[in-house]
Write a protein that binds this ligand. Structure first.
Ligand SMILES: [Fe+2]
Length: 483
């Protein structure tokens, strides 16, 4: 059957006026398998793999205030091969999702609420909220790994069928944060977690065989709220930013984020299989970085690119949508850590507001040239276009998704047989508010200006989401064959 409605989950969410449960963020509760979809243009024959996107997609009426990061993890996949594409979507069957399906209502309060309102113990660094596995997604060892920003258990799904394989067995007691990193050159997965008890952070490496091969403490001065990490060929980069839960209020189980202008940012550079005593700390200007782009080694330096937030001070709820208040002015930025002198140099790469950048993952941890950032709708957690940067010539090119069309974090699909770094396609899901539908849109990464190569119409309108990834079909098939 070309379009098959597989399931409609049991939902108790009623109509409301929350900005992140309406408009382009309107959740969906249907699960589809779909082939032979309407295509505008032609699906390239030299694209082979999966574009996978996670979504915070609420199912039940929230207990009190809703925060846009609270929704249940809903994975959408568009898989490509031989000029054909197949769409599937499934909720991640987390322990919390299953319990709330049975109860028919929300059992956990969200990030913006008092955790005492949760009816059951929660997960992660916060401890009072549900691990919804809704933040990030990668493909490692031939399987999807979906993760939660507050350090959840990590859930595995098949990248083509979305068959659910449950929680990841190597997940440590303190969980795994969002933004695990797959090194495509070695097949390893690098990860970190954080918690409110000493040593407050750990770092680990999982092999291409999906076995935990390294796990060390990264002692911090107190509980922190790191969101992302980076890696090079030989090092992992972890961070300690001066933005974290007020320690005194945390003692009373109150989670109030404060920005400490008097403190510096600190970056830990640790050999990939290094021990705690080998960690080197570098200081830099105070900020809070939500997302890094890439890192690499050059001479004596470790070079790190990411989005420097110029204004990390949390604002009142009137000045920014909830959840977006610490992402007002992120700008593409480069840090250079000199391993010989211990000095840090910083450089702004672009003065425009950008975030949610991606690269050709084959260049992860290696010297690279091209970055693709999301352009946000001012004041909203919505993406209205993409910006490509040539970091060598410092040229940039922007493309808009169109009027009232909102995209997702893209995935870079290297062209089969391609050699050059930008020889491939940018794939994203776009929700068109005027047409009241969603599409998978594919651009030629070398020439965004010509517009989409093809647009594949989805069987339903999907909510905006956050993180996405691309994984090459050849790598998935090889990993699955070796299991
Ligand atoms: Fe993130």
């Amino acid at each position: 059957m070309p379009i098959e409605l597989i399931n409609r989950v049991s939902a108790s969410l009623r109509p409301n006026d929350h900005p992140y449960m309406n408009g382009a963020w309107t959740p969906t509760h249907e699960e589809f398998n779909a082939t032979d979809l309407e295509v505008i243009g032609e699906i390239p024959r030299d694209i082979d793999g999966v574009y996978v996107r996670n979504t915070e997609n609420p199912v039940h009426d929230p207990i009190g205030r809703y925060h846009p990061f609270d929704g249940d993890g809903l994975i959408h996949v568009m898989s490509f091969r031989d000029g054909k594409a197949e769409y599937r979507n499934r909720f991640v069957r987390t322990k919390g999702f299953q319990a709330e399906q049975e109860a028919g209502r929300a059992l956990w309060a969200g990030l913006a609420e008092n955790p005492a309102k949760s009816e059951r113990p929660g997960w992660g660094a916060h401890g009072g909220i549900k691990d919804s596995s809704s933040t990030d997604v990668v493909v490692h060892a031939g399987q999807i790994l979906s993760t939660f920003y507050q350090c959840g258990e990590g859930y595995r799904l098949d990248p083509y069928t979305l068959e659910q394989h449950g929680t990841e067995s190597w997940t440590p007691i303190d969980g795994v944060s969002a933004h695990t990193k797959v090194d495509e050159a070695t097949g390893e997965l690098l990860f970190f977690n954080y918690s409110t008890h000493a040593p407050y952070m750990h770092y680990g490496v999982v092999g291409a065989d999906n076995r935990l091969k390294h796990y060390i403490p990264v002692p911090l001065p107190g509980p922190r709220l790191p969101h992302d990490m980076a890696f090079t060929e030989n090092f992992a980069i972890l961070c300690d930013f001066p933005l974290f839960w007020d320690p005194e209020l945390l003692e009373k189980n109150m989670h109030v984020v404060r920005y400490r202008r008097d403190l510096r940012s600190r970056f830990a550079i640790v050999p990939r299989y290094g021990q705690p005593e080998e960690i080197r700390w570098f200081e830099a200007d105070p900020t809070f970085v939500l997302h890094f782009l890439n890192a690499y080694e050059e001479g004596d330096e470790v070079v790190l690119d990411g989005y420097f937030e110029e204004d990390p001070e949390p604002k009142s709820s009137n000045s920014a949508p909830p959840g977006y208040e610490r992402m007002i002015r992120p700008k593409l930025h480069r840090w250079r850590f000199n391993l010989t002198t211990g000095q840090t140099r910083e450089e702004r790469l672009d003065d425009r507001i950008l975030e949610f950048g991606i690269i050709n993952n084959q260049f992860g941890g290696r010297k690279y040239r091209y970055a693709y950032s999301a352009i946000n709708e001012p004041g909203w957690f919505l993406f209205n276009g993409m910006m490509k940067h040539d970091l060598e010539t410092r040229e940039s090119w922007a493309v808009s998704f169109g009027d009232e069309r909102f995209g997702s974090e893209a995935g870079f699909a290297p062209r089969v047989g391609g050699v050059d770094e930008d020889d491939g396609y940018l794939v994203t899901f776009v929700t068109d508010m005027k047409a009241d539908r969603s599409e998978c849109v594919v651009y030629d990464a070398r020439d965004l200006a010509v517009g989409p190569v093809c647009r594949i119409i989805l069987p339903h309108r999907i909510s905006s989401g956050t993180h996405a990834t691309w994984a090459q079909g050849e790598a998935i098939r090889a990993a699955q064959a070796s299991r």
